[in-house]
Write a protein that binds this ligand. Structure first.
Ligand code: GRF
Length: 206
């Protein structure tokens, strides 16, 4: 049976699109949920014939009520994996207890966690940044790292140009991480994620 995947997204949904277009994902996207009615991700999901759910933050009396409503909606889809693909609100600790979760983040974690990571990286003056896909734990952007790739900052970059190049990397890393998860090849050892069956790197010593 293919892995059932629920995707949460707040933004344009280009990462969702990368998942929808990925060949041999080994899983089926059974739900795309958003906190924003104007999320492009909802349109993309609908265009692909995937079930959507809008659980708007403003429709609930407080964060706990919103979190519980969204959790209930996701639980109804019976996912084996929840993917955060540009989901911009913090979820309660109940989430990673209920499901394995992957998140994509536009920096080389642990540098620049949180929202506006691209702006923060530029403001700090880093010469290299990148993308990180990691398992979600209670602490924001702190979970075990599945994949990372560097992106060089150009002297004339602004947040938009740099973010575009980072997203191009995310569009490869996120589907690859999901594919490995669906194939049962991701193994957690504390903070370390081992990829089962991966060829040893060239520098490996025995
Ligand atoms: C991605 O860079 C993600 O890492 C960040 O927000 C962006 C979402 O882009 N948190 P999109 O909505 O997938 O186009």
């Amino acid at each position: 049976m293919p892995t059932r995947i629920a995707v949460l997204a707040s933004g344009s949904g280009s990462n969702l699109q990368a998942l929808l277009g990925a060949a041999d994902l080994g899983g089926e996207i059974v739900l795309v949920a958003s906190d924003r009615h104007d999320a492009g991700a909802l349109e993309r999901a609908a265009a692909a014939g995937v079930e959507t759910a809008l659980v708007a933050f403003g429709d609930y009396r407080d964060r706990a009520a919103w979190d519980a409503a969204l959790r209930e909606r996701v639980a109804a889809a019976r996912p084996d994996l929840v993917v955060l693909a540009g989901f911009m609100r913090i979820l309660s600790a109940d989430w990673p207890r209920a499901w394995p979760m992957l998140n994509t983040h536009p920096s080389l974690l642990p540098a620049f966690p949180g929202a506006r990571a691209v702006e923060a990286s530029l403001a700090h003056g880093v010469k290299v940044t990148g993308a990180t896909v990691h398992f979600v734990v209670e602490e924001v952007d702190a979970g075990p790292i599945v994949a990372q790739e560097a992106v060089t900052v150009r002297p004339d970059d602004d947040a938009a140009t740099l973010h575009e190049r980072i997203k191009a990397v995310e569009h490869r890393l996120l589907p690859e991480a999901v594919r490995l998860f669906c194939a049962g090849r991701l193994e957690l050892e504390g903070r370390h994620v081992r990829v089962r069956g991966a060829a040893p790197s060239h520098g490996a010593r025995h």
